[in-house]
Design a protein around this ligand. Structure first.
Ligand code: PXP
Length: 236
């Protein structure tokens, strides 16, 4: 099971002050040194955290896989063709949302998604689609030419104790169907240190995308060291 770390929230913190730090590239390199096999960022249309500048620097700096989440728009196609990440993940985007709220409806947007994927393939970029665990969506992802899909684990992560097993089964079914269609299977959204193990146990899933929980833990686990460093500096 590979881990790709989503570092959007490093950029969120930087943008809260419109400051120079923390630097997303530094976070990506630390994540790689700690064993992450991929770095994921979401370029939103309002550029509220990650910016083109980050993509350019990440493209040159990281040694693993650069995965850029984006909406199916001509602006995003242009950026992808310029930056050439290893992989693009197509996601839906609603301007006011706090985070991606569900999978892309490939059935509804098949023609636009197919055309977008063709453009990415011409530029040598793999395409994954963020989907809800639904058989029709998985089949459609195959017919529009996706290389991979990322199953949305958000509903599983938010499910009550009693509903969780059913959500897990839906994800496992979708993963099996995708693998039968020779799609690479990824998963992510809302995964954390308490709910990830059952998802990691689904054999067909090759990679998990995790952001919020990792960055949240970094903020708390790293605070002790950061305070000690400042106290030591003041004590000199
Ligand atoms: N996958 C997709 C498509 C996402 O949009 C996000 C959030 O940016 C994630 C995975 C990671 O979710 P989380 O931050 O909850 O780990």
């Amino acid at each position: 099971m590979r881990l790709a770390v989503n570092i959007d929230h490093i950029a969120t913190l930087r943008e809260a002050r419109k400051a120079r730090e923390p630097e997303p590239v530094a976070a990506a390199l630390v994540a790689e040194m700690a064993g992450a096999q991929g770095i994921t960022v979401h370029l939103r249309s309002d550029r509220r955290h990650i910016k083109e500048r980050d993509l350019e620097l990440l493209r040159h700096a990281i040694a693993t896989k650069l995965n850029v989440e984006m909406a199916v728009t001509s602006d995003m196609a242009r950026v992808a063709q310029q930056v050439r990440p290893d992989q693009v993940t197509l996601v839906p985007e609603r301007p006011q949302e706090l985070t991606t709220e569900g999978g892309l409806d490939v059935v509804l947007q098949a023609a636009a998604v197919k055309d977008f994927i063709r453009q990415m393939h011409e530029a040598g970029i793999r395409v994954s689609i963020f989907l809800d665990a639904d058989a029709d969506q998985v089949r459609k992802a195959k017919t529009v030419g996706a290389d991979a899909l990322e199953i949305n684990t958000g509903r599983y992560a938010e499910a009550s104790e009693s509903a969780r097993a059913a959500e897990l089964a839906r994800i496992a079914d979708a993963a099996r169907l995708a693998a039968r269609h020779e799609l690479e299977v990824l998963a992510g959204h809302g995964l954390n240190y308490t709910n990830v193990i059952p998802i990691a146990g689904i054999a067909e899933i090759a990679e998990l995308n995790i952001g919020h929980a990792v960055i949240a833990r970094a903020a708390i686990a790293g605070l002790d060291r950061a305070v000690r460093d400042m106290v030591a500096l003041l004590g000199r």
